[in-house]
Design a binder for this molecule. Structure first.
Ligand SMILES: Cc1cc2nc3c(=O)[nH]c(=O)nc-3n(C[C@H](O)[C@H](O)[C@H](O)COP(=O)(O)OP(=O)(O)OC[C@H]3O[C@@H](n4cnc5c(N)ncnc54)[C@H](O)[C@@H]3O)c2cc1C
Length: 534
């Protein structure tokens, strides 16, 4: 394993996707992964005896249908099922909102007749823009290049292609697009809706992985980012991978290995080898070296450039900028083993709503408070929690009669104020998250028989997610599209020849999409053909 065509740093789902495409095209590929298992943030583990769950990422929608088809993930064992209801939002005042095929309008109408009319129009508006985003997902954004060489011609063509896609939108839709890229979700939702729960339904998507108030400029884009997914061709729908998110990456690994890629676990990269401004391989933690024509990085860009490459090998200005790459999504993640299903005061008993993403954050003001509280104290006294109980759709995760739930908790500071450590506060905050669920579903706390806790610090230590950032870098306007990870490097090529970005720090960003892996593979193959056929 000392020489190969491409060495990929990290076997997250994007590294695996990139490997599968490159190996299928005939390149020799070696993927080296620091952890014991492949999958990065998309893994399933037993976290309590007899109870398994998706450890970090917990729900599927953004995974690109083209990637699913090309990698033949279904043949490699992947089965995705739809939730029986999409979202359930209980309110402390006893009302609730439940969404999903054939349910949303009736449920919204019970809260506000005006909102029932507006929601259709707003959903259509979002859907039209999400369609445009879908068209951009599997292509590199226009990259800014200096000078007039081949690169400039290629990028001019790319910019024309981009303009062509945008021309599919009417002037009014282009105005909507501008709003969605620049405005706050809170303002846009307040303008359209009356009901707090309806606003919270959309507002939650604006703060997922976004350590900010729903009233922060740019939060509308994060809301949109979560709308471009689909399950079985149904747009905007979220589903569950049988066996948990690890089933996706296990299928990807089978696909990559089937195409000839080699994947080595417990093989962390210590350093990228650079010779004469070219990345030519990696040195592993155990001192072994792998030389390669191309090095593709699946890790957070700041991690790559500040920890795995000698500063002297990088342009000073590039290094200075990447040091300011903004990480920290404000995520606190728990998995709990349950002796029984929860019963929510706003809709007691079992039912389809228990298969939904259950959002405990009954309004935008609540979310705004959660952010301000977390900024001042490190975490919010009334946190935002999404509860998902995948065992309602998948019997393989828990013993008969018992259940597992994912608690995805938003607005926990990436770093605590006053030098406090998450290690000293992890359990206390976990108790708070469980108590928060218990307020909506009395008896929940008593049903918890085991728990796994991942603070932002744990996410960094375990998965290499700097600042616990679930997206490998905030989805802010200065870190998106042609600026991801930096203007001039949106074409998946790093500042060193032979070095590529194939992870979520590249366009189109975070989520289990497979898109950065796909796009990087295309660029590497293009460069390889240009080098070896000329
Ligand atoms: C708590 C949480 C919840 C989320 N929920 C969802 C969700 O429900 N749905 C969704 O679509 N997305 C979700 N996301 C986002 C999504 O999981 C990530 O954006 C995505 O998985 C990132 O994939 P990746 O392949 O780019 O990188 P990663 O999955 O981060 O993979 C990078 C890999 O590199 C490895 N690595 C790091 N350093 C080294 C080194 N020095 N040498 C070798 N290997 C190294 C890591 O161990 C890791 O395996 C969530 C993420 C988190 C953390």
């Amino acid at each position: 394993m000392n020489e190969t065509d491409v060495v990929i740093i990290g076997a997250g789902h994007n590294g695996l996707t990139c490997a599968a495409y490159l190996a299928a095209a005939g390149l020799r590929v070696t993927v080296v992964e620091r952890r014991k298992v492949v999958g990065g943030a998309a893994v399933t583990e037993e976290f309590h005896p007899g109870f398994r769950n998706s450890v970090a990422a917990y729900t599927v929608s953004l995974l690109n249908p083209g990637v699913i088809a090309d990698l033949r993930l279904a043949e490699h064992g992947l089965r995705i099922v739809e939730r029986r209801a999409q979202n359930f939002l209980p309110s402390p005042d006893g009302s609730h909102l439940i969404t999903g095929e054939g349910r949303t309008l009736d449920s919204v109408a019970k809260l506000s007749a005006r909102d029932a009319e507006t929601i259709q129009e707003f959903s259509r508006e979002l859907e039209a823009i999400a369609d445009v985003l879908r068209a951009f997902v599997l292509r590199a954004p226009p990259n800014l290049v200096e000078g007039f060489g081949v690169g400039a011609i290629r990028e001019s063509l790319n910019a024309l292609g981009t303009a062509n896609i945008l021309r599919g939108l009417s002037l009014e839709q282009q105005r909507d697009l501008l709003d969605l890229f620049t405005r706050s979700a809170g303002e846009m939702l307040d303008e359209r809706f009356d009901s707090d729960l309806v606003k919270a339904l959309f507002g939650f998507d604006a703060v997922v992985g976004n350590y900010a108030s729903p009233y922060a400029a740019g939060s509308a884009y994060v809301m949109l980012h979560h709308a471009f997914g689909e399950v079985h061709g149904k747009k905007g729908v979220w589903g569950h991978a049988i066996g948990g998110m690890g089933a996706i990456t296990q299928a990807m690994a089978r696909s990559a290995r089937g195409a000839g890629a080699e994947i080595v676990c417990e093989a962390g990269v210590r350093e990228v080898i650079v010779e004469r401004d070219r990345a030519v391989g990696v040195t592993l933690d155990n001192g072994d070296t792998i030389r390669a024509k191309y090095v593709a990085s699946n890790v957070n860009p700041k991690l790559l450039y500040t920890r795995l490459i000698q500063p002297s090998a990088l342009p000073d200005t590039f290094l200075a900028r990447i040091k300011n790459w903004r990480n920290g999504s404000g995520t606190f993640r728990m998995n709990v083993a349950l002796s029984a299903l929860p019963s929510f005061a706003a809709l007691p008993g079992d039912g389809d709503h228990l298969t939904a993403g259950i959002i405990l954050a009954p309004g935008l003001a609540y979310m705004d408070r959660a952010w301000r509280d977390a900024r001042d104290r490190g975490w919010s006294r009334e946190p935002i929690v999404e509860v998902l109980i995948p065992s309602t759709l998948d019997e393989s995760l828990a013993p008969r009669g018992a259940h597992v739930a994912s608690l995805f908790c938003q607005h926990a500071a990436p770093e605590l104020p006053d030098g406090k450590s998450w290690d000293a506060h992890r359990d206390k905050v976990a108790d708070l998250m469980i108590a928060t669920v218990d307020r909506y579903a009395p008896g929940f706390a008593a049903s918890v028989v085991g728990r796994q806790i991942l603070s932002p610090l744990d996410l960094e230590r375990e998965f290499g997610l700097l600042g616990g950032d679930i997206f490998h870098g905030a989805l802010t306007l200065n870190q998106l599209f042609s600026a991801r990870p930096m203007l001039g490097h949106a074409d998946y090529r790093g500042p060193l020849r032979g070095l590529y970005h194939c992870g979520s720090g590249a366009h189109p960003g975070g989520g289990v999409t497979g898109a950065p892996g796909h796009n990087a593979a295309r660029v590497i193959l293009g460069d390889h053909r240009a080098l070896f056929t000329s």
